[in-house]
Design a protein around this ligand. Structure first.
Ligand SMILES: Nc1ncnc2c1ncn2[C@@H]1O[C@H](COP(=O)(O)OP(=O)(O)O)[C@@H](O)[C@H]1O
Ligand SMILES: [Mg+2]
Length: 339
């Protein structure tokens, strides 16, 4: 099994789960664009590859597959999806756990995602797609700033990169002296000062959703959710959630099912909400809450390999335990670099 972006935060737990599947020995092949990826130490083989956005990415992965005899590819990073999706039919005999190019494009582009969600009656933030400081200021005003805080982020990003809240009441002195670096709140004037007047990446200026963060995570077949569950997303540190509580919420599953059907999502997905607003659709694996009787990544790979039918996968839904919790923490390893 090839696991891409094997420096991503959930990698160690993911690799452990794939290995301890209770059924067979697996050979794990990690790829990443950086040497300092934990997968380099935890996989049986590791290969440096170009960034997912590089036009040569899919070819590089194909070459790794050829050399290592890979049977299944599990992409972890949003950046790896588009390149793989475009070529997924050219990996003969290999299960590539990625949705169609169209699905990837519509989920990666948040303006398109939100427009589609509005169309099917799923709550998503009001938004304007703009470019440059002047249009950001106009869009913010249109969405109610300064009476109401708003937020913005690049149309395509990941890991909270580029996300900022525009809040006229923000206490910058307090941030400076008492908060950890990396606070996301600023005043509109500050953002306008930093952004180019026009040009730069397309930005989404949005209604600021409020409330607890939740996601629905699971495995789909392009039409329906085969297996999955909602969970909370808590204890944020540097844009990453560190604590998760499994939820039993049929309403949320129903919303996620409509999204999966409308976007045609296949294999792993992660649908993200803030309060009642859906703010992101990730057609890839995200943080998994593991259970000793429910190894989601391994089951998803088996399904992709045709070893498990959709109905067999769906029959495992009753195993999801709402009492289940996951806490992430920092670990480290040491090694001697050989010249
Ligand atoms: N409209 C919004 N209202 C409130 N919070 C938001 C909104 N959009 C994004 N966020 C916050 O920013 C984080 C990153 O945004 P997200 O859309 O998940 O992009 P990505 O994960 O690709 O960086 C989210 O986890 C959420 O905390
Ligand atoms: Mg996100």
């Amino acid at each position: 099994m090839l696991v891409s972006a094997c420096g991503a935060p959930g990698t160690a737990a993911l690799l452990r789960a794939l290995r301890s599947n209770g059924e067979r020995d697996v050979r794990l092949v990690g790829t990443d664009m950086a040497e300092l990826a934990i997968g380099r130490h935890l996989c049986d083989a590791f290969h440096l590859v170009p960034a997912g956005s590089d036009p040569g990415f899919a070819d590089a992965i194909r070459e790794v597959c050829r050399r290592e005899g890979v049977d299944a590819i599990l992409p972890q990073s949003s950046f790896d999806l588009e390149g793989l999706a475009g070529e997924r039919d050219r990996f003969e005999g290999i299960a590539v756990l990625v949705s169609s190019p169209d699905t990837i494009r519509r989920s990666n582009d948040k303006a398109e995602s939100y427009a589609l969600l509005h169309r099917i009656g799923v709550r998503a933030p009001r938004f304007l797609r703009v470019n440059g400081a002047n249009e950001v200021a106009e869009a913010a005003a249109e969405l109610g700033y300064p009476e109401r805080p708003v937020c913005f982020k690049p149309v395509f990003s990941s890991g909270s990169r580029g996300f900022r809240v525009l809040d006229p009441t923000v206490d910058r002195a307090h941030q400076l002296l008492h908060e950890r670096p990396g606070s996301v709140a600023m005043r509109l004037e500050e953002a306008v000062e930093l952004l180019p007047g026009s040009g730069g990446p397309d930005l989404l200026v949005m209604e600021l959703a409020t409330g607890k963060e939740r996601t629905v995570d699971g495995i789909a077949d392009g039409e329906r959710i085969l297996l999955g569950h909602p969970k909370t997303r808590e204890a944020m540190r540097a844009g990453l959630a560190m604590y998760f509580e499994t939820l039993d919420d049929p309403g949320l599953m129903e919303t996620a099912s409509r999204i999966v059907a409308e976007f045609g999502i296949e294999h792993f997905f992660n649908i993200q909400l803030v309060g009642e607003h859906v703010i992101e659709i990730n057609p890839r694996i995200s943080t998994v809450v593991y259970q000793e009787d429910l190894n989601l990544p391994y089951l998803g790979v088996k399904h992709a390999l045709g070893e498990l039918s959709p109905d067999e996968l769906a029959a495992l839904a009753s195993r999801v335990r709402p009492s289940r919790r996951a806490l992430r923490y920092f670990e480290q390893i040491e090694w001697d670099e050989t010249p």
